[in-house]
Design a protein around this ligand. Structure first.
Ligand SMILES: [Mn+2]
Length: 280
C-alpha cells in the first residue's frame, strides 16, 4: 500500500507569514505547525518537515524493503523524530534567537504493509472510511486534558480562553513526547492531516462533506477555502492522502510524486539546507 495525495496551504487572511509546513509523498504524509518569534516558527516546522520527508525517500539499507517486520515501523519513526529533535537543538545552538522555537508534528508513514503515526501537538489526523470521519490523533492541549478529566464540557472547550494552549511539541529542548501508534488503514481509506487553522474554524460535519465525492486536489482546495470563508485567522494547511493497493514506489521514482507546501519550500528556513546531517 501507498498514498496518492494532495497538499494545500494558505497564510490566511490575518497573519503576515506562514509557519505551517506540509509534505506528502508516496509513503509519508506530514503536517507541522511552527511557533516561535524571530521567524523561528518557520524554521522549526520547515526543518522537521524536510528531514522526515527526505527520510521517507531513502531506500531501506536492509535486504529488500518488504522484509522489514511490521513492528519495526514505529521504531523507525521514533528514530526520525529524535533526529529531527537533534536538528532543532543544533539550530538553536547555531542561532540563539531561535530559542523557544517549536512545531507540532503529525505524520503518517507506511512500509507498504502497515501504517504508523507520530503525533505531538494540536494538528490533527482524520480517517474517512465508508463515508464516516474519525479523528485518530488526540489533541495535546490544555482543553483536551480538562475534557479528559471531565472538568469542562465540549461546549465550554470551544470557547475556553486557553483553547490554543498546546502541551506537546517538537522543539530544541527535551526529547519530544510524541505519540507513536500504528494505524489500521486499508485501500480506499482517505487520510486528512491538517493544522488547527482548519479545525478551529470548520466543524467536522463540514470537513466530512468536503472530503466526500472529491479528488484529493478538490478536497484540499475546498477545505482551505472553507477555512478562509470562516475568517482565515490562522495559517491553514491540509494534506489529503488516499490509501492505494499497490507496491511501494521504487526509491528513484519517489521524488516525482512528492509535494511540499508552506515554510518548508523556502531553503532559508532549513537549519541544514545542504542536508549534511550534522545532527545525525
Ligand atoms: Mn496554527
Amino acid at each position: 500500500m501507498r498514498f496518492t495525495s494532495s497538499v494545500r496551504t494558505h497564510v490566511g487572511l490575518v497573519r503576515g507569514n506562514n509557519e505551517d509546513s506540509a509534505f506528502a509523498g508516496p509513503h509519508m504524509l506530514l503536517v507541522a505547525d511552527g511557533v516561535g518569534g524571530h521567524a523561528a516558527g518557520e524554521v522549526a516546522s520547515a526543518s522537521v518537515a524536510h528531514l522526515l520527508g527526505a527520510m521517507s525517500l531513502l531506500p531501506k539499507p536492509a535486504s529488500g524493503e518488504s522484509s522489514t517486520p511490521d513492528e519495526d515501523l514505529p521504531v523507525v519513526l521514533r528514530e526520525w523524530v529524535d533526529r529531527a529533535h537533534r536538528l532543532l537543538v543544533e539550530g538553536v545552538a547555531a542561532d540563539p534567537t531561535r530559542a523557544g522555537m517549536a512545531t507540532t508534528l503529525t505524520a503518517v508513514l507506511t512500509d507498504g504493509h502497515t501504517f504508523a503515526m507520530c503525533h505531538a501537538g494540536d494538528s490533527r489526523a482524520y480517517v474517512l472510511r465508508d463515508g464516516g470521519l474519525r479523528q485518530v490523533s488526540v489533541d495535546h492541549t490544555l482543553v483536551q486534558a480538562l475534557l479528559d478529566q471531565g472538568r469542562i464540557t465540549p461546549a465550554q472547550a470551544r470557547v475556553h480562553p486557553y483553547r490554543s494552549a498546546v502541551t506537546r511539541f517538537v522543539d530544541g529542548g527535551d526529547r519530544p513526547d510524541a505519540d507513536i501508534v500504528l494505524l489500521d488503514l486499508r485501500p480506499r481509506d482517505r487520510l486528512l492531516l491538517c493544522s488547527d487553522g482548519l479545525t478551529d474554524f470548520v466543524d467536522e460535519g463540514e470537513i466530512r462533506s468536503l472530503l466526500l465525492d472529491a479528488t484529493p486536489e478538490e478536497a484540499t482546495d475546498n477545505l482551505v477555502r472553507a477555512a478562509l470563508v470562516a475568517g482565515g485567522r490562522d495559517n491553514v494547511t491540509c494534506v489529503v492522502g488516499d490509501v492505494l493497493d499497490g507496491e511501494l514506489m521504487p526509491w528513484h521514482r519517489r521524488p516525482y510524486f512528492c509535494r511540499m507546501e508552506g515554510a518548508v519550500t523556502d531553503l532559508a528556513n532549513l537549519i541544514d539546507p545542504a542536508g549534511h546531517g550534522h545532527a545525525a
